[in-house]
Design a protein around this ligand. Structure first.
Ligand SMILES: *Cc1c(COP(=O)(O)O)cnc(C)c1O
Length: 370
């Protein structure tokens, strides 16, 4: 049996280990926030945004950001039907309604025309998820947001390294959120970041993030509102500091792996892969192959073929509206169609050429037969 190939896994060097060890040994008492502050500065510096707040997850960052915008019962938030549950759950927790719209066939991201058509007087935010690192059409979405007075939020969990007209994903909207889960390009094990250029919004989220204790409150144990507890630990942040120092290398390898797949697969009839909107340059978090309908290759067939060779390939996200928890509808047409004939390809820093070729050969066989 050939060696197992994971879907993704982190790249951990002596640097991460030494920072985490230092945090575990010395990062207590008055030094208990040192790595957190340093990580927030380093990551927001990388993005060129004014404020970064380290969180326990991307989901937590979204929850606090949406809450700080005042989103609650009766409100609607528009997002793509193709999304991970993490993007929709905070909307539900706030008592608001997620409104799922279809994706573009090219980028697999939110369709701006359908987004505009889905706006009602109750729409309080639009979440642009940069799927698999592909860039949303931010120019059009930001224009819609400006014209209609609706905040555009970027879920950039999958878009570390992605840029749009020279600016980093996550830095363009009202706020952006990131995930440092173990499957993401930069990891702290679990973790996330809330980022914004809006100082007032940052201040609100800062208060919310600390059990509702606002900055400047001099009374001890005195919450000014009911907040959240979504903080990152200093030990996690220590790992994050090491990862940010290596961020160009981490992104660079993601791009190389994507390029390897593209070089070997894009010439084959019936295969397409990730693209971004004009002006977008992907950080290549997750390569995904879409098989043309006429190839007859389905997501299930592909996943089984990979599993037989001990390769952990993952399916494209199900349309959220197709899940019974969201009504179990047919799902938006393109979101359903593309999911039915797509497969994510494994990608991680230490992945070697031999492993990449094993993946390539399975895709080729699926498409061309033996
Ligand atoms: C991974 C991911 C999340 C969730 O991140 P957590 O840190 O696990 O909360 C949210 N949105 C998208 C698009 C993701 O890929």
């Amino acid at each position: 049996m050939s060696q197992r190939i994971s879907y993704t896994k982190p790249s951990i060097t002596e640097l991460e280990v030494s920072y985490a060890t230092d945090a575990a040994r010395n990062g207590w008492g008055e030094r208990c926030y040192d790595y957190i502050v340093r990580f927030e500065k380093a990551f927001s510096g990388h993005l060129d945004v004014r404020h970064g707040l380290a969180t326990s997850s991307c989901t937590g960052a979204l929850h606090m950001g949406l809450s700080a915008l005042g989103i609650g019962p009766g409100d609607e938030v528009i997002l793509a039907d193709t999304n991970w549950i993490a993007t929709a759950a905070p909307i539900v927790h706030l008592g608001a309604k997620p409104v799922f719209v279809d994706i573009l066939e090219s980028t697999w991201c939110l369709d701006p025309a359908l987004t505009e058509a889905a706006i009602t007087p109750r729409t309080k935010a639009i979440i642009a998820t940069h799927l698999y690192g592909n860039l949303c059409d931010m120019e059009r979405l930001l224009t819609i947001g400006r014209e209609r007075g609706i905040p555009i939020i970027e879920d950039a969990a999958e878009a570390i390294g992605s840029t749009y007209n020279g600016r980093r994903a996550g830095s363009l909207g009202t706020f952006g959120t990131f995930s440092f889960h173990g499957t993401k390009t930069l990891t702290t094990g679990e973790g996330g970041m809330f980022v914004t250029n809006d100082s007032e919004l940052h201040e609100k989220v800062l208060g919310l993030s600390n059990h509702g204790r606002v900055r400047g409150q001099t009374k001890q144990f005195w919450p000014d509102m009911v907040g959240f507890k979504y903080k990152m630990s200093n030990i996690q942040a220590a790992i994050g500091c090491a990862q940010v120092e290596r961020i160009d290398e981490l992104i660079g390898r993601k791009r190389e792996i994507f390029q390897f797949y593209a070089d070997h697969l894009l010439g084959i009839h019936g295969i397409s892969m990730n693209t971004s909107s004009t002006g977008g340059d992907s950080g290549c978090w997750m390569p995904n192959v879409v098989f043309a309908s006429e190839t007859g290759v389905t997501a299930d067939l592909a996943r089984e073929a990979f599993a037989r060779q001990s390769i952990d390939a993952r399916v494209f996200f199900w349309p959220l509206s197709h899940l019974p928890i969201f009504g179990g509808h047919a799902g938006q047409p393109l979101a359903s169609d593309i999911a039915s004939r797509s497969i994510n390809l494994p990608t991680y820093h230490e992945m070697g050429t031999e492993q990449l070729l094993r993946v390539v050969n399975i895709v080729k066989k699926l498409c061309l037969g033996d």
